[in-house]
Design a protein around this ligand. Sequence first.
Ligand code: PMP
Length: 453
Amino acid sequence: MDNEQLKRRDLRALWHPCTQMKDYGEEGTLPLLPIQRGEGVWLYDFDGNRYLDAISSWWVNLFGHANPRINAAVRDQLDELEHVILAGCTHEPVVELCERLIDLTPDGLDRVFLADNGSAGVEVALKMSFHYWLNSGRSEKTRFIRLSNSYHGETLGALSVSDVPLYSATYKPLMLDVITVPAPDCYEREPGESCADVARRQFTHMEAVLAEHADEVCAVIVEPLVQCAGHMRMYDPEYLRLLRAACDRHGVHLIADEIAVGFGRTGTMFACEQGPVVPDFLCLSKGLTGGYLPMAAVLTSDDIYNAFYDDYEKLNMFLHSHSYTGNPLACRAALATLDIFTSELVLERNKVLASHIKKRLAPLADHPHVADVRQHGMIAAVELVQDKASRTPYPWQERRGLEIYRHALTRGALLRPLGNVSYLMPPYVITEDEIDFLVEVMTEGIHRATHQP
Ligand code: PMP
């Protein structure tokens, strides 16, 4: 097998996610990347080229590709039990994982419900919140509040509480009727304002909406600190503190979607810890299995669990189910991932790596077409604009970010952009030298994309 052969077969058989397939067709301008194997931060193609996975393969990978410890755990599990129905059965890996997630997450999250991908986890949280209020005699609570520029997945419920029009506008007639509140996005700061000031200023909108609509609202859903799919826009933990208090005051649940930011990405194990706040529902996925297998966990409180614990005849139980719930292989990958967190000083090392990324990206702030260089822990983003003074974006049709992407591939880096934002969200096993390489490649790419010498 070589690169060309596999590409030809692929383009005859597959329909890729999040892709205009014509981009890869006869007249297309984007290269399809055939990957034969992975090792650490590197992906290898069939022709002997390698690419540094700067975006952790859609933010899932934590400890590198083909990590020996996770590989061994999954291999062991294969010989024992590959899968069993989780309704009416249980097994050791799933029990141990749920116990450990309860220990690891903030106090007050005492129960774990499992699903098999991030979007499905969000669906669980939305349905459970609605159903809790129904079981509590509050059938008028049927709506959800989302932040502008939010992203929570692609299934219809998760897409409804998302606000990235590129993904959802087409499906508007199918969407739930949600309430949108302006995000506390620190990119929108006025001169002299801090991110915490923006959070406080923007919170007045949330407070007003909660005051008006709390009676009909089940929950507010947020991505704590970083709106990853929303161009890596970031906000201050002050907003989480204000939101937690307001949700309590108004009798509305708080759903924290930490599918992308959980497991150390923002510097703490969970972004909510930076409030600190305890949500009513915590959605986890992606890094949960170290990037190995699809699984999501939704943690909630005993109080919410108890509203469903009743005689069968009442028919008020949570009947949501996925065939692969609690898959033992995925659980073992997750347990091996958590073992790495406990046996190695991961968050401490990440602090050093994050400050290195910060130092190396800082000069880009002076680039005439860079409007913002922002970072929360191991997530760092550089936003390109046409005009720096007015922050006028490049027309989206120009697809400038893709020029960086194409250039990076020629240099051996996978730097898939989000529109005009180029970002780093690497596996935690990256070295400082590899960070230097990525920043060098990104900088070259930015010069090309903005036609600077
Ligand atoms: N929520 C957030 C915050 C996400 O970033 C994503 C995935 N990018 C999802 C939900 C959906 O997860 P999945 O792709 O596994 O359905």
